[in-house]
Write a protein that binds this ligand. Sequence first.
Ligand code: FES
Length: 167
Amino acid sequence: MSDQLENNVREALAASTNMGEMQDADAVGSAGSPGCGDMMRVWVKYGHDSQGRTTIDRATFQGFGCETAMAVASVATEMLKGKTLDEAQALGGAELSAPLGPLPPMKIHCATLVEEALRQALSPAPAKPTSPQPTSATPGGDLMDSMMQGNNAPRKKIVFLNPDPQP
Ligand code: FES
């Protein structure tokens, strides 16, 4: 990974204001596999523009994966604000990660993880639950609970990023 990309990732994480569950979300989408350790969840709150079209008012994320995935989710959730559903659904991993600069091939899947979680959230069909129903009050439930339901849960090591770094 280039120094420039590393800097951009670090800055995106430090500036992130969209990290965390959204209690009043209208939609939620998850992507990844609890078995391999990379997982992303995106919450979306809808609004309307002056023409009455449904738009994304705000979006938040929570993830377990590498810093690049978290940084892509951070810039992507910022980018989504004010977009219509068609505009948001047209965004692929390359567009969602563009503010960070080009990703090397080994990091493309980090952006794909965010894209897939977003697509599931914006999917008109309600997502079929694939795991026991969450007990959290947040739509989609707590991502930590989902992570710990995999067969390999006892072997997982979770390192938390500090969403509010000290100066
Ligand atoms: Fe797997 Fe980034 S999400 S390496």
